[in-house]
Write a protein that binds this ligand. Structure first.
Ligand code: PBG
Length: 331
């Protein structure tokens, strides 16, 4: 009891604070998202997502080099195709924009892990994450065959991991079977298992060029923010279906889910700081009311404390550089 016990005793010097630190935040904990756009000659800054651009294949490779150099473990790729149609045909095109980028990065930066986001919403003209034939005509099971084809084409191109992000029932087992049937036993699945229907995806829809024709919402397949047990059930099902990694998204506003999941599963948990969460901090910093670097580091440390093994962050490379310099003692 006080006065013999004083916890501030552990905080008196930098050495003691370092010695007592419970949570580490290191460059290797980060995954950098990259948006690659077909048919552009130069990078296009995304107004809705300050600091992020839609990239050509060439500049995606340059970013991949920077990622590896800063100690980031992986990139996760999102594609913006020229052609959109009802079935999202270009998503599984062997010469599609993501497939080309995977090959180029694997060739130039083999030490970096390449994850390919696997969803139809960027590729369909109606903007839904799968086969949709009009209001109330969502076809979960027909979507599964498309996802298996897309995952297979990403694996053919050399992806290490595919990341189905649509919250489609059966997506993990469907993709696993498709991969195994084509000898891609070594390709992992990172499932967006706990994905909430969230207002915080707003800026992403601009970044990924999701169809302007989109009508409706994703409430029939993504989780409602009220759901905790149901989220854990989703995660348990995905683990049973063979998921190698689980994503919680959005991460920052759902840290309770990260912790619950950490306590009940052995699978690696990935926290996704989504576009709206990123923009909130960026905007506050631009207004001069908050220190950007300190705020990001605090949130990312919080995600690690909650139990995340890795973090998907739009400024992953930048943050990893800061952390790397700190480790070197330059900062
Ligand atoms: C679907 C996908 C989305 C995000 C990542 N993958 C959009 C959605 O579900 O509507 C959102 C990520 C973010 O907001 O940063 N391909």
């Amino acid at each position: 009891m006080f006065p013999s016990i004083r916890l501030s005793r552990h905080r008196q010097t930098a050495a003691l604070r370092n010695f007592n630190r419970e949570t580490d935040l290191l460059p290797r904990h980060f995954i950098q998202p990259l948006f690659v756009r077909e048919g552009i000659e130069a990078d296009q800054p995304i107004n809705a997502l300050p600091g992020v651009s839609q990239l050509t294949v060439k500049s995606a490779v340059a970013r991949a080099h920077q990622a590896a150099k800063s100690g980031v473990s992986a990139v996760i790729l999102f594609g913006i195709p020229v052609l959109k149609d009802a079935r999202g045909t270009s998503a599984s095109d062997p010469n599609g924009i993501v497939q080309e980028t995977i090959r180029a990065i694997k060739d130039a930066v083999p030490e970096l892990a390449v994850i390919a986001d696997c969803c139809l919403c960027e590729y369909t003209d109606h903007g839904h994450c799968g086969i949709w034939n009009g209001p109330d005509q969502w076809n979960n099971d027909a979507t599964l065959a498309r996802l298996a084809d897309i995952a297979q084409s990403y694996a053919d191109a050399g992806a290490d991991i595919v990341a189905p992000s649509g919250m489609i029932d059966g997506m993990v087992s469907g993709i696993r079977k498709g991969l195994d049937d084509h000898n891609h036993h070594h390709v992992g699945i990172m499932s967006y298992a706990i994905k909430y229907a969230s207002a915080f995806y707003g800026p992403f829809r601009h970044a990924a060029g999701s169809s302007e024709a989109f009508v409706g919402d994703r409430n029939h397949h993504q989780l409602a923010p009220t759901q905790r047990q149901e989220g854990l059930r989703e995660a348990a099902l995905d683990v049973n279906e063979g998921a190698d990694y689980l994503i919680v998204k959005p991460a920052q506003h759902y840290m309770d889910m990260i912790r619950d999941l950490r306590n009940q599963t052995q699978v690696m948990i990935v926290a996704y700081q989504v576009s709206g969460e990123y923009v909130m901090i960026k905007t506050a910093a631009q207004q001069g009311v908050m220190n950007e670097q300190a705020a990001f580091l605090e949130v990312f440390t919080g995600l690690r404390r909650a139990g995340a093994s890795s973090i998907i962050a739009y400024n992953a490379i930048e943050v990893a550089q800061v952390l790397k310099n700190r480790l070197k003692g330059d900062d």
